[in-house]
Design a protein around this ligand. Structure first.
Ligand code: ATP
Ligand code: MG
Length: 216
């Protein structure tokens, strides 16, 4: 059992996209997974509603939770599910802070083209604070929406830059997720790129990330 957060203070980086894909992949592995939406925009919940209305199997349970009681609620829910995925979006970082307090791991999507060193430093600090009472917390940046154009070397440059920064509390996943229409199409239908099936590369990328998160 683990609690995994997709979070970060910057908007539109792919938190919901990665959280919903990973949740569906866990369900496909037969896990009883809970997708916890702590973002008032409710994008993950909307995805789950579409999924439910279309009667997509396997089912992915999804609930929305906000505010102060979050940490206690997550710990309570953790006893009833095999895996918990938290989409900690939103501009207000209150939910993100609570989530970091109870999570085993957090993945922070970063888009090379809207790379923002200030918010990454901010995350490094947030993780450091969380670690004072949640020592085992593991935090990793994952590059998302990387350009598929080989001429654009932003992924390499961004990786180099992040590694040079030597963040105290943030690692960088080996897997990267590229900018692929399949992610947008799948999201619309309440499914993952696995279930969408038409984009092998997107599938491979998500499998790589999944392995990094849950493999041993
Ligand atoms: N790898 C990808 N390839 C193509 N499109 C993507 C990819 N990842 C995310 N997107 C698209 O980018 C937009 C923002 O993604 P998403 O909603 O997952 O970000 P977010 O971090 O959850 O945003 P917010 O901060 O608003 O909650 C969406 O339209 C989504 O479909
Ligand atoms: Mg979101």
């Amino acid at each position: 059992m683990s609690i995994t957060v997709f979070g970060g203070e910057k908007g539109g980086t792919g938190k919901t996209t990665l959280a919903t894909n990973i949740a569906s992949m866990l369900a496909m592995e037969g896990k009883d997974v809970l997708l916890l939406d702590t973002d008032r925009q409710g994008t993950a919940s909307f995805w789950a509603t579409v999924r439910e209305e279309d009667e997509v199997e396997p089912r992915v349970s999804c609930v929305q939770k906000f505010g102060k009681g979050l940490a206690a609620q997550v710990q309570d829910l953790a006893e009833r599910y095999d895996e918990i995925i938290i989409d900690a979006g939103g501009r207000d970082s209150l939910e993100l802070r609570y989530a970091l307090g109870v999570a085993d791991q957090v993945y922070i999507p970063v888009q090379p083209f809207q790379f923002d060193i200030w918010t990454i430093r901010q995350m490094d600090t947030l993780v450091e604070m969380a670690k004072t009472f949640n020592e085992a917390l593991v935090a990793n940046i994952v590059l998302n929406r990387v350009s598929t154009n080989p001429v654009v070397r932003e992924d390499r440059d961004t990786r180099e830059f992040i590694l040079q920064e030597n963040f105290e509390n943030l690692g960088l996943t080996n897997s990267m997720v590229y900018d692929r229409i399949a992610f947008r199409k799948a999201a619309r239908d309440g499914i993952s790129v696995m279930e969408y099936r038409r984009d092998k590369k997107a599938i491979n990328e998500m499998n790589g990330l999944y392995e990094e998160i849950y493999g041993d």
